[in-house]
Design a protein around this ligand. Structure first.
Ligand code: ADP
Ligand code: MG
Length: 688
């Protein structure tokens, strides 16, 4: 149960004054559904304004507050032409206040002729004259001071929200903040000069208070570290079952290759863990193409050899299906029974699988999260492999491992090479096996950066490529904030390529119905289609060795880690592979450097470290990362500086100060976990 004192923070944002249906949608889009979310929606930067008496005191480009008197209205006759209010300062110098769109009525009301107004906004040069486009504030005479919020936050927005609107809502949310107990070690608070939580919250919205921002970031990092630490400590104490395989199934595997040294080592590490009754909690980290699947299969077979069942969880239907096919092929000579279970299986077929899992006639099940639903019961599930584990939250991961009567062993796999600092953040202290050696015979992928204007050349190169019988991928960017436009662009690109290559070009994107998506994937995987045009859904796991050309459009919009993942889709067979990174023009220095790095190296771990270096630091407030860290508040720079401290502090609390039951800070720490919704940590604590 969430502590009562947090209740005001978890009230729906919809209950705030002025939140109608029009604002609700853009708020939802930003993930701002509760008072808490608004409070934690921190400014990207601040505008600093200066009060000036007349225009000659200000410089072009400066944010000012200035008294002006409207003298004439111009334009605004059509909806397209801007409406201008010509206004004079005290010295008679003129500045235009310019409004685009249908704003003239509103502007006339705010700026009646011959009445002095305080105007706030950015002073720009427009031809020979000065202008302020869409002033941020216009207040009547005498109210200049109140309008002079000289420092104002600038928040990340979504379509349908204005800065003013969001600022007002957040200000309202901040009035609901409770006082919370201190969960940080007082000595640390003192040493860092951090304010208390309530103060930090208000300061962070008011200006560039580094200490306040750091404190809020630290809270988040500590919550995460604590929750992971609790998982770890509970896992150490949980009752699992020791699995000792006799090797009879593994000996019969039909592998067309020899295991690499790294694969052999990882399997041995897993075997060692499984032989213990404490449940394994191990991360298998290996670049794309490093051969994680056979390691996973070996772990599952050990479980079967020991008379229990195994499950392989994939993040998408496509991947589940592919794993199912691969495992069945490799394991055919072993005679183990493998089933596929996804959300789409219904009726009889599903019943039969559920029955097989319950009576133990199915040894291994491959599927999406459907395999862990309430209705799915196992005879004795002892080994769970989670593929592309970063796609699942830790909470989800945990609920998965609660299925067996005894806690199953868990092997989490990821192809995302994570920099050291972030490994700790994502996985806490999981044991790690690394596949740091690629299977032999892989050729380097010839990577080139090509200007987008040369699209025709690229299409011609595709023709030549298909003539050799090989296949290709064409990837279009897709980001949440820009979803509709991106989708349209991908569809347009596919149409264009289909005009040239006909049925040979298939399209796959995240918004398609699963059946249509699978059908397209199937045509490509079977070789019937030559070109797969896709948004980033192919990022994880797809394996078509005959596809040896990868084209990535607007490559500068992808992160390095993502580019690396995508590129890893080719270079899987014996033929030489090529990756073309199409870039737009006007690239920033950093974007240039990133693309150059892609050309230079194929080492995923190096790319991950460089990515962190290129993105981290630099900006005062930094940039919050969405996808690739589990954090919303902490920036990469803060993660790098503060995570190690948070980690040590969490360990101190959990292991040495008697855990969350008896540590002096225990109650406060529990509040923190709920505040950041890492309460699965608390629940675990109670359960274990
Ligand atoms: P990952 O899941 O780590 O990206 P996969 O398990 O899909 O990699 O393996 C990539 C490809 O390499 C597959 O076609 C697989 O059959 C092949 N492979 C795996 N291990 C070896 C090996 N030791 N030698 C040669 N090929 C291998
Ligand atoms: Mg894989």
């Amino acid at each position: 149960m969430r502590p009562d004192l947090l209740n005001p923070l978890f009230v729906e944002a919809a209950s705030l004054k002025g939140v109608g249906p029009g604002v609700q949608r853009p708020l939802d889009k930003l993930g701002l559904t509760r008072v808490r979310d608004l409070a934690y929606h921190l400014p990207d930067r601040f505008v600093h304004r200066r009060v000036v008496a007349c225009l000659s005191e200000a410089t072009v480009g400066e944010q000012v507050v200035i008294p002006l008197t409207p003298v004439e209205y111009r334009g605004g006759g059509s909806a397209r032409a801007p409406f201008r209010v010509m206004a004079e300062d005290a010295a008679g110098a003129v500045c235009a206040l310019t409004y685009f769109g249908r704003n003239s009525g509103w502007a006339r009301k705010q700026l009646p002729l011959n009445e002095k107004r305080w105007v706030a906004g950015r002073l720009d040069q427009f031809g020979p004259s000065l202008q302020i486009v869409h002033p941020d504030h216009v207040n009547p005479q005498g109210e200049g001071q109140s309008l002079g919020q000289l420092t104002e936050p600038v928040y990340p927005l979504s379509e349908g929200l204005t800065q003013g609107r969001l600022t007002a809502l957040i200000a309202q949310a901040l009035t609901h903040l409770p006082q919370l107990p201190e969960w940080i070690d007082p000595a640390l608070v003192e040493r860092m000069g951090w304010p208390d939580w309530h103060t930090a919250m208000t300061q962070a919205h008011r200006g560039e208070h580094k200490e306040a921002r750091d404190r809020l970031a630290y809270d988040e990092l500590l919550a995460n570290a604590l929750a992971l630490m609790l998982v770890r400590s509970r896992n150490r104490r949980a009752a699992g079952q020791a699995l000792v395989g006799d090797g009879r199934l593994r000996a019969r595997l039909a592998l067309p290759f020899q295991l690499t040294g790294a694969q052999t080592r990882s399997i041995a590490e897993i075997e060692g863990d499984l032989a213990q009754s404490a449940p394994m909690l191990r991360l298998l980290q290996g670049d794309v193409g490093s051969g994680k699947t056979v390691v996973a299969l070996s772990a599952l077979l050990i479980a079967v050899e020991a008379g229990t069942q195994g499950a392989l969880l994939a993040p998408t239907e496509i991947l589940a299906r592919q794993h199912y096919d691969t495992l069945r092929r490799m394991a055919a000579p072993t005679g183990v029974t493998i089933a596929l279970l996804t959300g789409r299986d219904k009726g009889r077929a599903r019943e039969a699988i559920l029955m097989g899992l319950l009576d133990g006639s199915i040894d291994i099940v491959v599927g999406t999260h459907a395999i862990f639903q309430e209705a799915v019961q196992y005879r004795n599930l002892a080994m769970v492999v989670i593929d592309e584990q970063h796609r699942f939250g830790v909470g989800q991961r945990l609920s998965l491992t609660q299925k067996g009567r005894r806690t199953p062993h868990c092997l989490a796999m990821t192809a995302t090479p994570i920099p050291r600092t972030l490994t700790l953040a994502q996985y806490g202290e999981m044991d790690v096996s690394k596949l740091d050696e690629l299977p032999p015979g892989r050729q380097a992928i010839d990577t080139r950066v090509v200007a987008a204007e040369r699209l025709d050349d690229v299409a011609a190169a595709l023709s030549r490529h298909f003539a050799t019988g090989q296949q290709a991928y064409w990837v279009c960017p897709m980001v949440r904030e820009n979803e509709m436009a991106d989708l349209a662009a991908a569809e347009a690109r596919h149409a264009e390529l289909a005009a040239r290559f006909g049925d040979d070009a298939v399209l796959v994107h995240g918004q398609m119905r699963p059946e249509a998506k699978d059908a397209a994937m199937e045509r490509f995987a079977s070789g019937a289609a030559k070109l797969l045009v896709a948004t980033t859904v192919i990022e994880v796991g797809v394996d078509v060795p005959n596809a040896t050309l990868m084209v990535i459009e607007q490559a500068e919009r992808f992160g390095l880690a993502q580019l690396h993942q995508l590129r890893g889709r080719v270079g899987r067979g014996s033929e030489k592979s090529t990756c073309l990174l199409l870039r737009g023009d006007g690239l920033s220095e950093i974007a240039r450097e990133r693309l150059a790095l892609m050309r230079e190296t194929q080492d995923g771990f190096r790319l991950a470290e460089e990515d962190l270096r290129l993105r981290g630091g630099g900006e005062l407030l930094g940039t919050r990362q969405s996808g690739d860290t589990p954090f919303r508040v902490a920036t990469l720079d803060q993660i790098t500086r503060l995570l190690p401290i948070a980690h040590d502090d969490a360990r101190l609390l959990v292991e040495h100060q008697g855990g969350l039951d008896s540590a002096p800070r225990a109650d406060a720490a529990r509040v923190l976990l709920y505040l950041f919704e890492r309460d699965w940590g608390v629940q675990l604590l109670r359960g274990g």
